[in-house]
Each structure stands twice: as C-alpha cells, then as structure tokens.
Design a protein around this ligand. Structure first.
Ligand SMILES: O=P(O)(O)O[C@H]1O[C@H](CO)[C@@H](O)[C@H]1O
Ligand SMILES: O=c1cc[nH]c(=O)[nH]1
Length: 295
C-alpha cells in the first residue's frame, strides 16, 4: 500500500488549511478564475451576487462567491510560473487529497481554470486593448521540465519551434501545451482572437525588453513573431499561461487563458486604459461562464 503523504510534503497550517494558500477544501469552487494581480481579485468578485469566502496569504488572495447562480472562486497567483507551481498543486490538493488520511481521493474532481491576465502583443495587427485567448502556451520557463510531462505536450509544435529558433546552443528548450478546447469554446466569439502565447520567466530580458541591460538574443521577439505552424502563430508574451496549461493537464483539470493585450511591442504602445480593458475582459468572462453549462 502507498504510504500517505508526510508532513513535509503535504503541509497544513494549524487550522487545517493548505500551507501557502491558507484555504480549506470547502473554500474553493470547481470553477476557478486565476489572475496575477492580487488587486484584481476584488475587481472580479465585485460582480458576484454574494461573497462567501475572503482569505489570503502572501500574494495569494482568494474570494469565493456566487455569480448568476454559479459558485466561482477568484484567486491571485502573483507573477510567474514559480507561483503557478504552488497555486496549482495546492488547489488540486484541496480538491483531490483527503487532508485527514493524507491520501489521494479515489474519486477525482476536475477543476476548470480560467486565467484573466494582461499581456503584450508581438504582432503589429493585434492592437492594444483587445482580447486574446491562448490556444497553446509555449513555456520558456523551466517549470514543466521538472515533471513527467511528455504525454501532455504538443510535441509537433515543440519540434517545429525548436527547428525555427535553433536556440539549443543558448540552452533554451521551450515546451508547448494546448488549452482545453471544450473549455475554450465557452469563451469564443468575434470579440476575442486566438493565438499561441509565450510564457517566460521575466518581464524585461526574457520578453526582449531593454532598459539598461543588453539582451543575449537580439532578435528574440522578431524570431518568435515569424514562426508559424499549421495556421498557428505566436501572438503574445506573458508569464503564467504555459505553466497553467501544463499543470492543469497533468493533474487532470481543464484550463484556458484569456489575455487583455496592454502592450504592443512592435508599435511601442502601452495602453492608457488598461484598467478599463481588464474590467471589460472580467465582465466578458463572467458573462460567458453565466451562459455556459459549467458547474
Ligand atoms: O496581469 P497578470 O495576470 O499579472 O499577467 C501579466 O502581468 C505580469 C507582468 O506585469 C505577469 O504576471 C504577466 O503574466
Ligand atoms: O508586455 C507585457 C504586458 C503585460 N504582461 C507581460 O508579461 N508583458
């Protein structure tokens, strides 16, 4: 028989809540909106008809409530896939590990994750203040390389990208994971574009930005923007989507990432109405959830 999880692996606080998120199993819904910025959580939950849970620790703020008859959890992940590792492992533990016996439950709950994030476009025809749904997440961070994950990756996309970039000598080995198409269909409309999203481990050098430091790869964004594979092109850069797609799939959950495009890296523009654009994406997302069969 498999030994149950020790105190150093499944870490619970004195009140029985999970270590970083400070949440109890009953605090979360199976419909989960993730946002990067902790201040975006109340921007989502202000539309709820009622709020039942308000908890937080570090950058991980959680509100659970009811919107149009659906129980929804909104949680902030902070910035980066290092935090995605914590948030997704702990949310899955809340759903699928019995905290008393410290064993995995025999009946698993599938969670539906919807990220509402901000991002920068690398294509001239994807303007600021538009919405974009990530059909694939391409990870330049290393998160998925630490998990057995060959079976959930889009290896055809990975190979085509490796061939195009030729960056092995720079120790850059991106991984690729697709969104959950059925979940994505709920958010599809002529209001939102589709594209492949690159996730990286930083905002400046790792997204081809130069303030005072010189990038090692001079043509980073251009090379990504030129790539195409089976009608798919790389459209935007941010810092969480690929990790979310990878961990959600590995754990048997569904995920989709919706981006408010705030920067256009080709034209050099940055939105002056970012708050409004994000607010519109929040309302769009909630409306799609309300009109869906998600439970
Ligand atoms: O607006 P959020 O969701 O934080 O997402 C984007 O914004 C942050 C960088 O400013 C990164 O987390 C990036 O992915
Ligand atoms: O350019 C951008 C804008 C928002 N978030 C990012 O990670 N990059």
């Amino acid at each position: 028989m498999k030994a149950s999880l020790s105190n150093s692996e499944l870490i619970l606080n004195a009140d029985g809540s999970i270590y970083h998120l400070n949440l109890l199993p009953e605090d979360i819904s199976s419909i989960i909106i993730t946002v990067g910025d902790p201040e975006r959580v109340p921007e989502v939950s202000k539309y709820f008809d009622s709020i039942e849970i308000r908890k937080g620790k570090r950058e991980f703020v959680t509100h659970t409530g009811i919107y149009a008859g659906k129980r929804i959890t909104a949680i902030s992940t902070g910035i980066g896939t290092d935090n995605i590792d914590i948030v997704f492992n702990e949310l899955d533990a809340l759903a699928n590990i019995d905290f008393d016996s410290r064993d995995t439950k025999s009946e698993k709950i599938q969670l539906s994750f919807i990220r509402i994030g901000t991002s920068g476009s690398i294509q001239p025809d994807i303007p600021i203040d538009t919405f974009l749904m990530s059909s694939s997440g391409i990870g330049f961070d290393n998160l998925l390389h630490f998990y057995e994950s060959e079976h959930i990756k889009n290896t055809a996309l990975e190979l085509a990208l490796h061939d195009h970039l030729g960056w092995e000598q720079h120790n850059i080995h991106p991984y690729a994971v697709d969104f959950d198409k059925e979940l994505g269909d709920i958010f599809d409309s002529n209001r939102i574009r589709l594209g492949a999203t690159c996730t990286n481990s930083g905002f400046y050098g790792p997204q081809g930005r130069t303030l005072r430091l010189k990038p090692s790869l001079k043509d980073f964004n251009e090379k990504l923007a030129q790539f195409s594979h089976k009608n798919l092109r790389i459209t935007n850069l941010e810092m969480e989507t690929a990790g979310i797609y990878g961990l959600a799939k590995l754990l048997g959950h569904r995920a989709v990432s919706l981006n408010a495009i705030l920067a256009n890296r080709v034209t050099g523009e940055f939105s002056e109405q970012g708050h409004k654009t994000v607010d519109e994406l929040i309302q769009y997302t909630l409306n799609c959830i309300a009109n869906s069969r998600l439970v």
